[in-house]
Design a protein around this ligand. Structure first.
Ligand code: PMP
Length: 694
């Protein structure tokens, strides 16, 4: 086992679950306890929730654990512990409710962690301690209306041992259970096959054949996957009997001992290995900004490899609007993976793509008619630019080969997309020779929260008057300029611009990759202006942050122009219309419609306004602004990213600032108290001057 201070619970615990209730889990756990202690490990068997007992120490599974090691020299730890016990012999949710108690996965996880840390502190001399946790019943046994044992197992992320009872149906139950464990990303460290409960009598020839075949079959199947199988004999539960069980369970105990002695990977080691072989976004390969190793995610939380849990303030760059690991999205992913993960989109189609396109068109502003799936936001922008060029060619406007775009925009990092990003933050000077030279106009300067100033359209009017004849399209992010400065401008600007485009014969492209799917308070930002663009790009939150997928959507008029005279659109990525991504996107859009995103985004907006307001006027702060689920503290100088990030992680929040921006865009499901934690962390950073340059 690693150094105690660095140890995390996931590396110091094992979860024992079964294919059902009454399969012999307690005896199997007790046998493991004995075998692990014999292997020299400081282990305690713990029953997080015991039901059906009056006195847990004497009647419950803890008594069975204690019995299994009663003849051994006392170890450094008491052999057994029970954390919660209830009298009704039923599922924990029911037994707890009967006594007016409420069990939650977060609470149980915390209780287990506290118990383990107490053991570690009280028995420091014994070295690292591990806990063998025995669940109640099988995997889907509930703790409350929403959460069950499998959720607790996922939250603990410990290796799992499955106990099955040999007999008719064992193969089926064992494999269903193992599949469910694997689908949650958990490691099965072993299977323990218990003897049939009526083993006292002598089984007949047919039964013996079934039992032997089950054993043979499970061994053959699991051992190819590297999962050891231990077959336990029927014994009398006396000292000799426990010893025979400990011997029999040894293959599984050895695998567990190996896991407990060598933690999966420490955070430090992972980061060290990362540094040698990987390259992260917008940073040097040789002198990179620090990275943190993430191990798991759930709801609005990220769990680091060192066990620290952070409140997420970024939605993984606008994407994870429903939070992480949403069961509906994961179910859609699994179901589609079982059917068909991918096929080429040339010459083939499938239900996920068709249904997604239909649903998207229902949600998007009226008038958009054709969906071209793309693999990322940048690619969707490339596709939009190519569509506009091909359209102008198609209708005979062959001189229209340039794009007009406001300063301060951001549209992605591929070449075409880069050419329409802000020339300064997009580093055009670096790529000057290869980037197409586009036309830039003033950033829409009329703030979202102030009355519209028609003069803010003067520059676009002038640019279109001068260059309109060579402009294929105007491209911009409606209402919110994202990565180019988190700038919120007045929707009336878009109305005026749409009119100017029409007059100039230029198409209008809205990049809603960041703003789409509710983030700004309307489903699409275009709705605030009542404008339907000729082409619209969306991505990011399209799949709820699970897989990369974007789409470029255009009007029938644009499609007709491109396809005139038998022409075709010249684009077709290998993973176009990936069925997995489409299936998840479809599930995400359904969820969005069902879950009242609007109320949630309004709550985020209120919380962000209230929480970030105290930052206004503090030294080094230029502006504080909030729109929908986006909160921004703009600083006067570029912030020290590494220092601020480390401060935030220390505070238990995940916020990644850049340039002169400390900003929040949390998942829509963020509870008010977590939103307050995010805002407080930003407030404290600014109050303490962590954002000021060195
Ligand atoms: N357009 C906008 C408005 C964006 O915010 C982004 C991503 N930050 C992109 C395009 C590029 O998308 P991707 O990173 O998926 O290529």
């Amino acid at each position: 086992m690693s150094h105690p201070s660095r140890q995390i619970l996931a590396d110091a615990s094992v979860f024992v679950s079964g294919t059902g209730t009454d399969v012999g889990k307690s005896v199997a756990t007790a046998a493991l306890l004995r075998a692990l202690r014999q292997a020299g490990l400081a282990v305690q068997a713990v029953k997080p929730v015991q039901t059906g007992v009056e006195d847990a120490a004497r009647e419950g599974d803890a008594a069975c654990y204690a019995q299994a090691v009663a003849d051994m020299p006392p170890g450094p730890l008491p052999p057994a512990a029970t954390l919660h016990s209830f009298r009704l012999p039923a599922s924990p949710h029911l037994a707890a409710a009967r006594e007016g108690a409420q069990l939650t996965v977060a609470g149980l996880r915390q209780d287990i962690e506290t118990h383990w840390r107490t053991l570690m502190a009280a028995h420091a001399g014994a070295g690292p301690c591990a806990v063998l946790l025995e669940g109640a019943g099988g995997l889907r046994v509930p703790f409350n209306e929403r959460e069950d044992t499998l959720d607790l197992m996922a939250a603990l992320a410990a290796p799992v041992v499955i106990v099955a009872r040999n007999g008719l149906g064992a193969l089926n139950l064992a494999q269903l259970t193992l599949d469910a464990v694997r689908d949650r990303g958990l490691v099965t460290a072993g299977l323990i096959l218990m003897p049939p409960s009526d083993a006292l009598g002598t089984p007949d020839e047919a039964t013996r054949a079934i039992l032997a075949d089950n054993e043979h079959w499970l061994r053959a199947r699991l051992e190819t996957e590297g999962i050891p199988v231990a077959v336990l004999p029927w014994v009398r539960l006396n000292a000799a009997g426990w010893e025979r069980l400990a011997q029999a369970v040894r293959p599984v105990a050895q695998a567990l001992a190996a896991l407990l002695r060598t933690p999966s990977h420490t955070a430090e080691a992972l980061v060290r290995r990362d540094k040698k072989v990987l390259w992260h976004p917008y940073t040097s390969a040789t002198h990179p900004l620090p990275v943190f190793a993430a191990r798991r995610s759930h709801h609005n939380r990220l769990v680091l490899a060192d066990g620290r849990e952070l409140v997420d303030g970024m939605s993984s760059w606008w994407a994870a609007v429903h939070g992480y690991n949403h069961p509906r999205l994961l179910a859609a992913l699994r179901a589609q993976a079982g059917r068909m993960p991918h096929v080429m989109f040339g010459g083939l189609t499938h239900a996920p793509a068709v249904e997604l396109a239909e649903r998207l068109l229902d949600m998007l502003p009226q008038g958009l008619a054709r969906v071209f799936p793309a693999d990322s936001g940048s690619v969707a922008v490339e596709v939009a630019l190519k569509m506009a060029l091909q359209y102008q060619q198609g209708i005979g406007q062959t001189r229209r080969t340039r794009f007009l775009t406001p300063r301060g925009g951001y549209h992605g990092d591929t070449t075409g997309a880069m050419s329409v990003c802000d020339p300064v933050t997009g580093m055009h000077s670096l790529f000057a020779r290869m980037l197409p030279q586009q036309l830039f106009m003033e950033r829409p300067r009329c703030r979202f929260d102030q009355p519209f100033d028609p003069a803010s359209l003067d520059d676009s009017r002038q640019k279109l008057a001068e260059h309109g004849h060579e402009v294929a399209a105007v491209i911009l992010e409606p209402v919110v300029q994202g990565a180019g400065g988190m700038w919120f401008y007045h929707p009336d600007y878009l109305r005026g611009l749409a009119q100017l485009c029409r007059e100039a014969g230029a198409l209008l492209i809205f990049d809603e990759i960041a703003t789409g799917f509710g983030r700004t308070g309307t489903l699409f930002a275009a709705e605030r202006a009542g404008v339907t663009p000729d082409i619209l790009c969306c991505g990011k939150a399209l799949t709820g942050g699970v897989l990369t997928l974007a789409a470029t959507v255009c009007t029938e008029q644009v499609a007709d122009g491109i396809c005139r005279d038998g022409n075709v659109f010249m684009h077709g990525p290998t993973y176009m219309g990936n069925p997995l991504a489409c299936a998840v996107a479809l599930a995400s859009l359904r969820l969005l419609e069902e879950e009242d995103w609007q109320t949630r985004v309004q709550m985020l907006e209120r919380g962000l306004r209230q929480g970030l307001a105290p930052c206004a006027g503090l030294p080094g702060v230029a502006d504080v602004r909030v729109l929908g689920g986006i909160g921004v503290v703009e600083t006067t100088e570029p912030v020290p990213v590494a220092r601020l990030q480390a401060f935030f992680v220390e505070r238990g929040v995940w916020i990644r600032p850049f340039a002169r921006l400390i900003y929040l865009m949390p998942p829509y499901v963020t509870p008010p108290e977590d939103l307050a934690r995010l805002c407080d962390a930003v407030g404290d950073a600014v109050r303490q001057g962590v954002h000021l340059p060195n």
